[in-house]
Design a protein around this ligand. Structure first.
Ligand code: HPA
Length: 264
């Protein structure tokens, strides 16, 4: 059975309208899902398959407030195999299921001295620094996707309003994609600053391109887990990213749940 048939069968009456991708630190969102149905990616053809036993992803279906959602806990990164189209089948499947909006989350490094760890940032635009595209090899004129307003300004105004209502500070900025998996050099962080970036990370951009190709509206949020390399004395590591993300997780997930519930 293909992934769409599997999900449709398991979803029953539920018709998800918002697709969500959870990055590091955002896993707490699943606690806000009611009537949750969980489908491991191992049951979904074309979804990212675990490379380490017990570390697979899960698709969650359910409601947040009254909003029917499909939440992907676990994404494929470009640094895993070099391919940057690992999220093509999942996003196409969720669009075919009826989703019209993609909400993305990630952990990122700040390159702005005034945006410290534990800040939350709405992504307003991106820099595709590796200049890799998940659309390479596609045919047809719709591959020439317009990337103006790729991060939907109406959705991000709505998210900013929800944050203000909660008394939460939400920065806005430009996300620069680095392929990874190594962290940046201090010289690369200075380059990103000069190019106008506010945050750096290793995900999100390929999915935004795929989503725009599919006609999905995109909203994206970064949780800042560290300053960019060379900006502070801390040593960057994956463990450091995860521990910082854990600390901010509950607050970020609550904000995200309220934003999801308020989306059109
Ligand atoms: N660089 C790249 N990706 C990241 C970082 C960083 O500093 N922090 C969290 N994800």
């Amino acid at each position: 059975m293909n992934a769409l048939d599997t999900i449709t069968h398991r979803a029953g009456q539920l018709q998800p309208r918002i697709a969500v991708v959870l990055g590091s630190g955002w896993g707490g969102l699943t606690e806000h899902i009611v009537d949750a149905i969980q489908i491991p990616y191992t049951e979904l053809d074309g979804f990212p398959q675990p490379t380490v036993a017990g570390h697979g992803g899960t698709l969650w279906l359910g409601r947040i407030g009254t909003q029917p959602v499909a939440v992907m806990s676990g994404r494929q990164h470009g640094y895993e195999s070099g391919a940057v189209d690992g999220m093509a089948v999942p996003l196409r499947t969720l669009q075919a299921l009826g989703c019209h909006t993609l909400v993305q989350t990630n952990a990122a490094g700040s390159v702005r001295p005034d945006m410290p760890p534990h800040s939350l940032m709405l992504i307003t635009d991106h820099l595709n620094l590796p200049q890799r595209s998940p659309l390479v090899g596609q045919a047809g004129n719709d591959r020439f996707v317009n990337m103006v307003n790729a991060y939907d300004s109406e959705l991000h105004r709505l998210a900013a309003r929800v944050a203000k209502g909660q008394g939460a500070t939400l920065f806005e900025g430009i996300y620069a994609w680095f392929l990874g998996p190594q962290f940046e050099t201090p010289a690369e962080i200075r380059m990103a600053q000069r190019l106008g970036a506010d945050a750096v990370g290793m995900s999100t951009v390929p999915e935004t391109i795929l989503a725009r190709h599919l006609g999905l509206r995109v909203l994206a949020l970064s949780m800042i887990t560290n300053f960019g390399a060379g900006m502070s004395s801390e040593t960057l590591s994956h463990a450091h990213t995860l521990s910082q993300a854990q600390e901010g997780s509950a607050r970020a997930s609550r904000l995200l749940a309220d934003i999801l519930a308020a989306l059109p």
